[in-house]
Design a protein around this ligand. Structure first.
Ligand SMILES: Cc1ncc(COP(=O)(O)O)c(C=O)c1O
Length: 420
């Protein structure tokens, strides 16, 4: 018997995009329907418009990407037997890259077992995988106040609850932190230990030890997100939470460490690494496999060769010098044009100045006026999980030369005059 298909009925059940529509039901999941585009992502479009100066993107300087070094490495790779570079790879990551990272990290005082590293598509994927593996409905994830916007967005995708923990000035309030952990329900502590996004803050060594001990006592996973640690303007080397935890508790510790090639090599290659206690490796590998099978084989080979060629350390030294100069240029420009109207931290590394306008001045309102003046930054409110500070803003100096820093501050000052 042949079935006759009623095409009109089928068509009426299809939306314009050709997907099946159940009449009366929205297509997006509840979570997706609530999600808004990232304000930072939206602002990035201005960085490409002619005449605009952007202090918005948390992106490394395009003029500092070592294109000669990358060209050289690619040429070398392609002049060798390279069929395998275009083939599928293993989920954990290419062993040549895992070994190169483990070896090279020793120079930064971090000891990884290459077998316990997972190569990721940037740290962003690391956060995503950790969320999926650890967080369940109503688990609490504790975050610094303020913290990285895209981590907040990812936590929002889970059914976990985001809570901020307290700082006493620049230092974490350990007593308050312990009482939150003791109250139960906290599954994860998300920390950006070095030159944090957005604050430029560093968590000091003594605090690191105490926090590791607390996390172990209450069996909370520490997610140590460290994309800026290599970009220190001062000589002090800090021990990672990961290293401290390994020393204190061996394989029984609860710290997952992430870093990335985005700020020190190339964000476009989308490469990061995730180190964890061995007992978590299987779960994280399986969830990555389900998500994307593996990270680009070719890109991993490029990064591995770039590290073993020794060029990465030369580039990092150059980046540190350049960013330090750019930080100083922006500070000088703020002093010239905005003295008495803005306060800021002076970070010892990384890419951000965390600023406050005088009480009562709203940074979002200032941004609207700044767009007319062709300068953009990120209003600080987006980095808070609760009770945003309306007068806060993040200024990124990584992309600014001396002249553009001066122009940016001058334009912000003009915009501020308009709204005052
Ligand atoms: C704190 C923090 N974590 C993670 C990321 C994501 O970096 P990646 O390019 O490695 O995914 C960023 C990027 O700005 C960041 O600031």
């Amino acid at each position: 018997m042949t079935h006759k298909i009623n095409f009109d009925k089928v068509k009426s059940n299809l939306s314009i995009s050709g997907q099946l529509r159940v009449i009366g039901q929205p297509m997006l999941s509840k979570k997706s329907a609530q999600i808004h585009s990232s304000p930072v992502r939206d602002l990035l479009k201005y960085s490409k418009e002619p005449g605009f100066i952007s202090l918005a993107g948390g992106i490394p300087a395009t003029d500092m990407i070592d294109v000669e070094g990358i060209d050289k490495v690619i040429h070398q790779l392609l002049s060798e037997e390279h069929r395998a570079l275009f083939q599928y790879s293993v989920t954990e990551g290419e062993s040549v890259l895992r070994e190169a990272i483990a070896q090279w990290s020793q120079g930064y005082g971090v000891v990884f077992n290459s077998q316990e590293l997972l190569i990721t598509n940037g740290s962003q994927q690391g956060i995503d995988l950790l969320n999926r593996v650890f967080l369940e409905k109503d688990d609490i994830v504790l975050v610094e106040r303020p913290t990285y916007l895209a981590a907040l967005q990812l936590f929002n995708y889970t059914d976990a609850r985001i809570e901020e923990f307290d700082y006493q000035g620049e230092s974490i309030d350990l007593v308050a932190l312990e009482s939150k952990l003791a109250a139960g329900g906290v599954k994860m502590l998300y920390l950006i230990p070095n030159f944090a996004n957005p604050t430029g803050r560093i968590i000091d060594d003594t605090l690191r030890v105490e926090i590791v001990k607390l996390a172990h006592k209450y069996q909370v996973v520490i997610v140590e997100d460290d994309p800026y640690g290599h970009l220190s303007f001062i000589d002090t080397q800090r021990r990672t939470f990961f290293t401290i935890a390994q020393e204190l508790y061996g394989e029984d510790h609860t710290v997952c460490y992430m870093s990335s090639f985005s700020k020190i090599f190339s964000p476009g290659l989308r490469l990061g690494w995730l180190a964890m206690p061995k007992r978590f490796l299987m779960a994280l590998t399986v969830v990555k496999q389900a998500s994307d099978l593996h990270t680009s084989t070719l890109n991993q080979a490029i990064a591995a060769r770039y590290i073993t060629s020794g060029r990465i350390d030369e580039r990092i030294a150059l980046l540190k010098q350049t960013y330090r100069e750019r930080r100083d240029a922006l500070i000088a420009a703020l002093e010239r044009h905005l003295a008495g109207k803005i306060t800021y931290n002076i970070p010892d590394g990384g890419m951000f100045l965390w600023c406050h306008l005088n009480q009562g001045v709203d940074a979002s309102q200032l941004l609207a006026a700044c767009i007319e003046e062709k300068v953009v930054f990120v209003p600080g409110a987006v980095f808070f999980a609760q009770d945003p500070e309306a007068n806060a803003l993040r200024l990124s100096y990584s992309m600014l030369g001396q002249q553009s820093a001066d122009q940016a501050a001058e334009r912000i000052a003009r915009a501020l005059d308009k709204i005052s």
